[in-house]
Design a protein around this ligand. Sequence first.
Ligand SMILES: NC(=O)c1ccc[n+]([C@@H]2O[C@H](COP(=O)([O-])OP(=O)(O)OC[C@H]3O[C@@H](n4cnc5c(N)ncnc54)[C@H](OP(=O)(O)O)[C@@H]3O)[C@@H](O)[C@H]2O)c1
Length: 341
Amino acid sequence: MQNTYQNRQWFYVKRPDGRVSNDHYELRESELDGSLATNEVILRARFISVDPYIRIQQHERNTYDVPHPLGIVQRAGVVGEVVASASPLYQVGDWVSAYSGWQLYARCHHSELTRLDPSAAPVSTALGVLGMPGRTAWFGLTEAGRPRPGDTLLVSGAAGAVGSLVAQFGKRAGCRVIGIAGGAEKCKFLTETLKLDGAIDYRAHKTHEALSAAVQNATGGVDIYFDNVGGPITDAVIPLIKRRARIIICGAISQYDGGLDTPDLGPRFLQHMLFQRATIQGILARDYVNRMDEMLAVVAPWVKSGEIVFQETYVDGFEQLPDALNSLFEGKNIGKLLVRV
Ligand SMILES: NC(=O)c1ccc[n+]([C@@H]2O[C@H](COP(=O)([O-])OP(=O)(O)OC[C@H]3O[C@@H](n4cnc5c(N)ncnc54)[C@H](OP(=O)(O)O)[C@@H]3O)[C@@H](O)[C@H]2O)c1
């Protein structure tokens, strides 16, 4: 058994007050002692997740979490291989997922690992369609959205990890699905690859009036609004909800660069909730962790049969992690953004 591992780790060292960047992280190299206690393994990361929630946890106030502490390895979901094992459950070469953070190697107790079957689905899907984003999309839409055939479902951030799945789950539930995304390429992805009923390029509609008109034209009114972005897009949508509409607040990425600490938009247009007797509900992936198998039982067969498109965008190189996180806020990804290391 190898005694040490040349480790690389990204430490979160400075709280951003705007866009997160390399300035808020330090790349450190060290040797990881490979000696193992009973039931421990050494995990070598192969895919590391960058997610918008990382930026939420960098806010100075409590959100659904206490702020991510400074001076520790950035926490994140990882898919990797077991390279040493003192566990009866895992052998060298097994693929697993874990919440081991932005580091090449990690010593983990076997209770922290989830076994992956590479013959069932690409292992990277454990960070996307068959992982946290898939769970968010599935329970957010089915439980909070309560889709019915014929409903008009509008999804913001529709070309992203969660949004692209919500949109497809909505189609399968018989909804008429319109996606909102930034740029012509993403809109083409929504209509041609995901076969949605329409797409709105929000970047092409600069004013509130223009965006509202585009949403009105594309939807004719909204039964379910699955919101990943908040801000001006949500301002444009809320006045267009229909009677008994369901609004699902999954995320507000347009506000994460400081807008959560010093919000410049209050709750707006909420009188329409009254006018239409609508409901608005926040949803959180972790509330459904213990129901993961329920989601996998439905969605994994769709992934295997190709009935669900699970686009992934890769960035190569461990040193790219902070830049990759930043790129989420510039819309560079289609589907799930992963760093391959
Ligand atoms: N509640 C939960 O448990 C939960 C779980 C997972 C994710 N989320 C939330 O869901 C949302 C999507 O997450 P994801 O992991 O699927 O990320 P993602 O959508 O794959 O990536 C982020 C996307 O957000 C869009 N975006 C960035 N800045 C924007 C802005 N100012 N206005 C409009 N769109 C903007 C970009 O797409 P465009 O090019 O289209 O702008 C970008 O590609 C995030 O708000 C995230 O926090 C919540």
